[in-house]
Ligand binder design. Structure first.
Ligand code: C2E
Ligand code: CA
Ligand code: CA
Ligand code: CA
Length: 279
């Protein structure tokens, strides 16, 4: 009962906090956050299921607010998108991730760094130039950068997305389709995914892989679709050994999730004590 009371209090605190920090305040705070050094990238490993080696790292944005503590991207990214702030923030993310990855590479760690792109960035005419600049400034080889774009963002306007994806592809970067399976692409629209190198299977299917035959069947179908397209299947949100084994049995190549590692601050990646240093 004591535990329950505590949990309820936390929920209450959360909603109070959310109300106190109204949309506009978050927006105003975000404007300052970049300059104040409050934004930070964490990095979550993607692991090759065949041999446990490091396939890549996904950069995930964190906001350490001086008063409110860590604010989830699920809270502030939608606000950054509505206000257009996601464009300069996204540029900062690209530059920071590319520079960090180039630094790691110079120390002998070869892997693909992934950066999430918002649909707002996708419709920005400067996107390809921003990506190109980040590559040039950091010296990161284009093939070492992967851009993650959600299925929903692509299917909102597939024709426009096709042009943007082609302009990005022309730079030599890898493209991943994120949260695949929840955006409901009709079969006739699958051709828009052709330039994609990686298909990320949404966590909602992975959650059911051991207990739900339907989820397992959907994952099997996505994995074979990926293989037919010459793409790599990556399962996200893998939390247990059983899920990892089931994915391996379905021939899914790469997995990501708390079972392998939570997202880590840069200083903990490739450090002596981390599993990653073995990769
Ligand atoms: P996403 O791209 O689908 O990222 C995966 C989310 O799942 C991350 O949440 C990650 O920390 C979390 N996750 C990873 N493994 C597990 C697991 O095993 N179990 C569970 N329950 N969760 C897991 P996070 O970091 O809070 O990010 C949430 C979303 O915010 C991301 O979803 C992405 O859409 C967005 N986001 C994060 N960073 C950026 C960014 O730099 N730019 C843009 N545009 N969006 C970002
Ligand atoms: Ca992602
Ligand atoms: Ca995802
Ligand atoms: Ca997801």
């Amino acid at each position: 009962a004591k535990e329950q009371g505590k949990a309820r209090l936390e929920v209450f605190d959360e909603s109070l906090r959310a109300r106190a920090m109204a949309r506009l305040e978050i927006e105003a705070g975000l404007r300052e956050a970049m300059a104040a050094g409050e934004l930070e990238l964490h990095y979550q490993p993607k692991i090759s299921l065949a041999d446990g080696s490091l396939y890549g790292l996904e950069s995930l944005l964190r906001w350490q607010h001086p008063v409110l503590g860590t604010i989830s991207p699920a809270t502030f990214i939608p606000i950054a998108e509505q206000s257009g702030l996601i464009v300069p923030i996204g540029e900062w993310v690209l530059n920071t991730a590319c520079r960090q990855a180039a630094e790691w590479r110079s120390r002998g760690h070869e892997f693909v760094i992934a950066v999430n792109l918002s649909p707002v960035q996708l419709s920005s005419p400067s996107l390809a130039r921003v990506v190109d600049d980040a590559l040039r400034d950091s010296g990161l080889p284009p093939a070492a950068l992967c851009l993650e774009i959600t299925e929903t963002a692509i299917m909102e306007d597939p024709e426009a997305a096709r042009r943007v994806l082609q302009s990005l592809k022309a730079l030599g970067v890898k493209l991943a389709i994120d949260d695949f399976g929840v955006g409901y692409s009709s079969l006739s629209k699958l051709k828009y995914l052709l330039p994609v190198d990686i298909i990320k299977i949404d966590k909602s299917f992975v959650d059911g892989i051991t207990d739900c035959p339907d989820d397992r069947a959907i994952i099997a179908a996505i994995v074979s679709l990926a293989h037919e397209l010459g793409a790599t299947a990556v399962a996200e949100g893998v939390e247990t050994e059983d899920q990892a084994n089931a994915l391996r049995a379905l021939d899914c190549h790469v997995a990501q999730g708390y079972h392998f590692s939570r997202p880590l601050p840069a200083y903990r990646c490739f450090s002596q004590s981390e599993i990653l240093s073995a990769a």
